[in-house]
Design a protein around this ligand. Sequence first.
Ligand SMILES: Nc1nc2c(c(=O)[nH]1)N[C@H]1C(S)=C(S)[C@@H](COP(=O)(O)O)O[C@H]1N2
Ligand SMILES: [Mo]
Length: 253
Amino acid sequence: MNPLSRRKLLFTGTAAVAGAAGLAAAARIAESYGLIPPDHGGLYGAGATLTYACQRVLTLHRPLREFPRNMISKSPFANPVIFNVPDAFKRSRAANFSDWRLTVDGLVDHPLSLSVPDLRALATRSQITEVACEEGWSYIAEWIGTPLSAVLREAGLKPEARFLAYFSIQPDWWDSVDLAEALHPGTLITWGMNDGDLPVGFGGPLRLRAPRQLGYKSVKFINHITVTDSMKHFGKGLGSAAPEGGYAWYAGI
Ligand SMILES: Nc1nc2c(c(=O)[nH]1)N[C@H]1C(S)=C(S)[C@@H](COP(=O)(O)O)O[C@H]1N2
Ligand SMILES: [Mo]
């Protein structure tokens, strides 16, 4: 089943069971469990909340969708963002990214500033997963990186932590996930792909891979992570740039 029809099914199914009055009740239940996404006030308010809440309840512990090695795409498609990167990126690339740092701050006990070798030394996981763009295309690759959970263990989360916002050196590219997604073992800070370093075209030197959500959540060239209790003060307060352009903040597939 494709991701959209799956989401539609979850929503339609829930709506049918709940009925119109039930929708409001379901939204109240979602709220009491902290399952309201940051972009709930948008055009698709009730739908976004229900999709998010249902998927969180039904699929929180769902294992990652992994693929056999023989399904790795022979010629994976990368968006040509590389023509659109700032000079700071080009300078760092010229230095083989030796000066690249991933800073981690916000609601943590120990703010971090990690180089790519620091991350590699922390922990490694590899998995064969799919990048699925909202525009309909996809590819499968092996992604190698450090589980975000290992980075957060190192930083130590404060009890008020609820979301994790992540930023690219490429302006306008930032996003956020809830802690369930951030701590899921499949969510990686990747630095390798198909047995080599992560190529620049695919987001090298560091890319956050959230393989349980659509491709746009997997932001390339990340250099900063902030842990927060609310997404209100980031951008327009909707959790990421995607909802500002009409896409959902929660992009579960
Ligand atoms: N920094 C940055 N990250 C990004 C993008 C981008 O343009 N810049 N495009 C996003 C979108 S819309 C998708 S579908 C995937 C595409 O991944 P790919 O280029 O590896 O195919 O990356 C996402 N991450
Ligand atoms: Mo995309």
